[in-house]
Design a protein. Structure first.
Lengths: 146, 96
């Protein structure tokens, strides 16, 4: 199995690096579904998990196993007024922003993804942009706040 | 940058547009590999005069206000560099 390293191509594919080439390895979201939900407005990848935001369909986590990529969970929220918030993932921990409200933290447990924390918008809900872009590694979350 | 300690999220590092350029769209994209933070500012102006900058910060130390290293492509695009960023170790990818 190649090592997936980035999401490219209308934000619906996982590409793989092999000998310096970038290969389209798997389609995570079918084109028709992606068009309806406007999927791929935010994406992040961690190991064998990818998280994909959308404007109209929430946030979806995909996981890869020996059989290929499949939906691992649906995380609510992630958009506001026709715009998508940011997403971030590292291992079994994921974050979903909705632009004006809190950033929600999810943990992958034995029974699926569960919300474990809500990080408030420092400016107050609706008062400032928060969580439109994010990145997470270890215990640190980089998040846009303005 | 927020950090979770003993189950509580709190701010550990804060970075802003080094130029203080209010419309530079600083933070439109971010990535963090555990040590380095990269921040895209696709409408910001680099010291070379070009528009579109990606800033890299080394957060390996306990520095509250880390120094930014500004990256631009040297190709003279009107703006746009930094719309998407990614970093992993010594390699950064920046889209325009």
């Amino acid at each position: 199995m190649k090592t997936p390293f980035w999401c490219v191509g209308s934000f619906m594919s996982v590409a793989a690096a092999a000998l310096g080439q970038c290969l389209d390895e798997a389609k995570l979201v079918q084109l028709s579904e992606s068009y309806m939900k406007r999927s791929g407005t935010a994406v992040a990848l961690s190991g064998s998990r990818a998280i994909v935001g959308s404007v109209a369909g929430g946030v979806t986590v995909y996981a890869e196993d020996a059989a290929g990529w499949a939906i691992d969970g649906e995380l609510p929220g992630g958009s506001y007024a026709g715009y998508s918030g940011g997403v971030a993932i590292d291992g079994g921990r994921a974050f979903v922003g909705n632009i004006i409200g809190p950033v929600r933290e999810y943990l992958r447990g034995p029974s699926g993804w569960q919300e474990v924390a809500s990080i408030p918008n420092p400016a107050g809900d609706g008062a400032g942009v928060f969580g439109v872009s994010m990145a997470f590694h270890g215990t640190r979350l980089a998040v846009l706040c303005r | 940058m927020l950090e979770k300690t003993a189950g509580v999220w709190s701010k550990c590092v804060e970075v802003g547009d080094p130029n203080g350029f209010a419309i530079g769209r600083f933070g439109e994209s971010v990535d963090f590999d555990g040590q380095r933070l990269i921040v895209g500012a696709p409408a910001d102006q680099h010291s070379s005069g070009q528009f579109g900058v990606a800033y890299v910060y080394d957060l390996s130390g306990a520095v509250a206000t880390p120094t930014a290293l500004g990256l631009t492509d040297g190709l003279g695009h009107p703006m746009g560099l930094g719309k998407g960023v990614a970093i992993d170790g010594d390699v950064a990818a920046v889209s325009a």
